[in-house]
Design a protein around this ligand. Structure first.
Ligand code: ASP
Length: 589
């Protein structure tokens, strides 16, 4: 039907006849001339229909989103009319035939970024026609291709794993599917292929990958989807370095193929403890030229309990954040930051504006400067490198909580002042704690998942010192987003049993839920480890989109619904009976 794609037509085709297919992006009637912007997945081209053209009457009937085939002759535009912002901006197509392939009802969208998300998702097939979305989907497709190319060439085999399966705990609620054949029994949709990929290693498959769909029924935060895509990998006979170099090689290859970007080699690495200490985050955004400074030693002697208390307590800290140029912040702005950190549990935020860095205490403007002496201030100033025009924020209290709220503050100030450096800042975060304490349930939770190996090989040692145990888990972070995480796995049944116990999973429960894994571990399981990347997030970063919904063809809303198909939806009584399900409250729809 077509000889070229709209976005492909260029100066080299001047004078040639071409046939194009696509949609009417816009039609303008200009004193007898009709201009059509014709769009397909490759781009947009300007079509001119002159008054004496045999196509004129047909062109007059066209409206937005009519699907058409247009034949004509490519013509170079006069230089004064070049549109440098369009790839096809130096030419236009003079049409001599306009064939209507299909008309369109009036479009319920503006087809711009101003459309609301609900309506965009309801009419996703129209929304996806937009160049921005075509571009995003193109990036996604290239990303998948680059992954296959790289991994296929590096000894990985692709395997599929079941969707109807048993729960794999990744810390969320399961989506369940009732069994018709076995009354009262349910499949769980996989939260990840975790256990199957480990079983594949036990099955001697050596290096596995899969672009896998995962399902997690969690209260959706803005950036989560109930079903999302992971690039899942697992390798046998490796340690942390083995997994990380395979994963890093992949990320570098993918960035080169898709974006023509060279990432640093090797990626920097940081322990979890250092990441929290210096950036207040387990996913530091190294593009910001800011970090947290522990200034405890300088304020341990001051007559100000808010500082000296935490400074003299090993489990607490006083953290300073230098905000370059922050002395310009108004009182109102500082109050906003104080309210912002309160969301993360901060009871207050001290600040010092440095109006003259040369003038010592005299040069400061601050409600807390009066508590400092010259020794304290010169220590803080030297450590933070503060300069005239900067502001220092101080947080004090429990080490983890203070680090966390100061870390959020760092990013917030960095965003507000647009301090992020251009480009890509990948890194590994390693040496995570094995467990985190959950106040609510009064027990340990796995920081990664229950199959992550501890650094200690001894189950007794782990039991004796669970609170401080480190794991063999790692995360890969890019521009402040966790794009992947994984670990070296437990590969013997005793250690797996010990970790289950520490997580409060008793013998019986472990047997019922993971008996098959415990059994498989008995038959010569190879040491193994792996990683999974959040592919939606990687695609969003590559496309420069803040929301992963903009790189998923058919995403759900933040309330886990699909406005296009209206799923989830009620089902009839007969089907419910067949599934042995009684519904107590029927939804009104
Ligand atoms: N299954 C893990 C996750 O989904 C990743 C891994 O440990 O490989 O986070």
């Amino acid at each position: 039907m077509r000889s070229h794609l709209c976005g492909e037509v260029n100066e080299a085709l001047d004078g040639q006849s071409v046939a194009l297919c696509g949609w009417v992006d816009r039609r303008r009637d200009l004193g007898g001339l009709i201009f059509i912007s014709l769009r397909d997945h490759a781009g947009i081209i300007q079509i001119v229909i002159e008054p004496d053209s045999p196509a004129f009457a047909d062109a007059e009937r066209l409206r937005n989103e009519f699907c058409v085939r247009i034949k004509g002759t490519v013509r170079l535009r006069p230089e004064s009319q070049w549109n440098e912002s369009m790839a096809t901006g130096k030419i236009e197509l003079v049409a001599d035939e306009v064939e209507l392939l299909n008309a369109s009802a009036p479009i319920p969208l503006l087809m711009t970024d101003d459309d609301g998300e609900e309506v965009r998702l309801r009419y996703r097939y129209l929304d996806l026609r937009r160049p921005r979305m075509q571009h995003n989907m193109g990036i996604r497709s290239k990303l998948n291709r680059a992954i296959h190319n790289h991994l296929d060439g590096n000894g990985f085999s692709e395997f599929e794993t079941p969707i109807l399966t048993k729960a794999t705990p990744e810390g969320a609620r399961d989506y369940l599917v009732p069994s018709r054949v076995h009354a009262g029994q349910f499949f769980a949709l996989p939260q990840s292929p975790q256990l199957f990929k480990q079983l594949l290693m036990m099955a001697g498959m050596d290096r596995y990958y899969q672009i896998a769909r995962c399902f997690r029924d969690e209260d959706l935060r803005a950036d989560r989807q109930p079903e999302f895509t992971q690039l899942d990998m697992e390798l046998s006979f490796v340690d942390e370095a083995g997994v990380q170099s395979a994963a890093e090689g992949l990320v570098r290859a993918v960035f080169r193929d898709v974006l023509d970007v060279e990432l640093p080699e090797p990626f920097p690495r940081m322990t979890w403890r250092d990441a929290m200490e210096e950036y207040g985050s387990d996913k530091p955004d190294l593009r910001y030229p800011m970090r947290l400074h522990s200034v405890d030693e300088h304020v341990s002697h001051v007559d100000f309990r808010v500082f000296s208390g935490p400074a003299n307590n090993d489990e607490q800290r006083v953290a300073a954040l230098r905000v370059p140029g922050g002395a310009q912040f108004s009182r109102k702005k500082i109050d906003e930051y104080t309210a912002f950190v309160a969301r993360y549990g901060a009871r207050g935020l001290a600040w010092i504006k440095v109006n003259d860095a040369e003038a010592g205490l005299e040069g400061l403007q601050s409600p807390v400067a009066k508590f400092l002496d010259e020794a304290a201030w010169s220590g803080i100033a030297a450590q933070t490198g503060v300069q005239t025009g900067d502001l220092l924020f101080f947080g004090a209290g429990d080490w983890l909580q203070t680090s966390t709220f100061m870390g959020h503050l760092l990013v917030r100030c960095g965003e507000d002042l647009e301090l992020a450096a251009e480009g890509w800042a990948p890194l590994w975060v390693t040496d995570f704690p094995m467990f985190e304490w959950d106040e609510e349930s009064g027990r340990h939770m796995a920081m990664h998942h229950p199959f992550t190996a501890p650094q200690s090989d001894s189950a007794d040692e782990l039991r004796a010192n669970a609170a401080n145990a480190l794991s063999r888990g790692y995360d890969i972070v890019l521009n402040g987003a966790e794009i992947g995480g994984g670990s070296i796995r437990i590969h013997n049944p005793e250690m797996q049993q010990a970790v289950f116990e520490l997580l409060g999973i008793g013998k019986e429960e472990a047997e019922a839920k993971f008996g098959f894994l415990l059994e498989a571990l008995k038959y010569g399981c190879p040491p193994h480890g792996g990683i999974a990347f959040g592919l939606d997030r990687v695609a969003a970063l590559m496309a420069g989109e803040p929301s992963i919904r903009d790189v998923i063809a058919f995403p759900k809303t933040t309330t886990a619904q699909c406005p296009l198909t209206d799923a989830p939806s009620p089902i009839g009584d007969a089907q419910l009976d067949e599934l042995h399900i009684g519904v107590v409250t029927k939804p009104e729809k």
